[in-house]
Design a protein around this ligand. Structure first.
Ligand SMILES: Nc1ncnc2c1ncn2[C@@H]1O[C@H](COP(=O)(O)OP(=O)(O)OP(=O)(O)O)[C@@H](O)[C@H]1O
Length: 227
């Protein structure tokens, strides 16, 4: 597998307390890695270690063959790493239009309005006045339109209606078909299994299950979640 992203024996967490231990995994162009596990097992922490918001205690992260372990989040962003955090991506005081159109290195969002017409209807509305699910869709589309080769998305479907989750799945599959590597953190297993072509399960910060979609069974995923 040619590594777009290579994570090597990564350990890290908060201050002196590590919550992710010895995680190694690779993501190739076009691959969607489904990252799952119960609440509090370290999924968001792993995502933030990859994104650069947290620095690892030990281990290495390589993007396109280059070590980015010592780089700040904005430097990783400049190298093509996109990140949709679980919360806090939308600027509540700005309009939906400004959330979508302001910023550099973006494609126009218009291509997403067929799938998510609510955004087009609410362009002049403040983002903070939208529902939680609508703000998630806004954050998702902002992430999709950025010019990035690796996307890390932390529970994008939380609070989103099933029909729009299906549209999110289609968008992610298209980005992967276009060559992006994707790490998708999800509690919604229907969504995750719809999109992921490989899985990484975490328990207590350690890898408890890994494999391609053809190898890992629903039963194994359920068992990993019920550990
Ligand atoms: N800012 C922080 N400071 C200290 N500890 C934290 C911080 N954020 C998370 N933790 C701890 O790190 C551990 C892993 O949390 P993390 O948010 O990575 O889990 P998660 O698998 O993403 O959970 P969830 O599914 O609930 O989002 C938890 O024990 C949590 O309490």
């Amino acid at each position: 597998m040619s590594g777009l992203l290579a994570i090597d024996t990564l350990t890290g967490g908060y201050h002196d307390t590590n919550v992710v231990f010895d995680v190694s995994v690779q993501v190739a162009p076009g691959q969607v890695l489904g990252l799952f596990g119960r609440n509090g097992v370290g999924k968001t922490t792993l995502a933030r270690l990859v994104q650069g918001g947290l620095r690892p205690a030990t281990g290495d992260i390589r993007l396109g063959g280059r070590s980015v372990t010592g780089l700040a989040a904005y430097e990783r962003r400049a190298l093509g790493l996109g990140y949709m955090p679980q919360t806090g991506m939308v600027f509540d005081d700005m309009s939906v239009r400004d959330n979508l159109y302001l910023g550099e290195n973006r494609c126009p969002p218009d291509a997403y309005f067929d799938r998510f017409p609510r955004l087009a209807e609410r362009l002049d509305q403040k983002a903070g006045s939208m529902s939680g699910g609508e703000r998630k869709i806004l954050a998702f589309v902002r992430t999709m339109i950025e010019d990035t080769g690796l996307l890390v998305l932390d529970e994008p479907s939380e609070g989103v209606q099933p029909e729009n989750i299906d549209h999110m799945a289609d968008c992610l599959k298209e980005r992967a078909r276009d060559g992006a590597g994707i790490i998708l953190i999800e509690q919604n297993m229907t969504f995750l299994t719809q999109v992921a072509d490989s899985y990484l399960g975490l328990d207590a910060g350690r890898v408890c299950l890994r494999g391609d979609a053809g190898e890992v069974t629903d039963g194994q995923i359920k068992a990993a979640l019920a550990i």
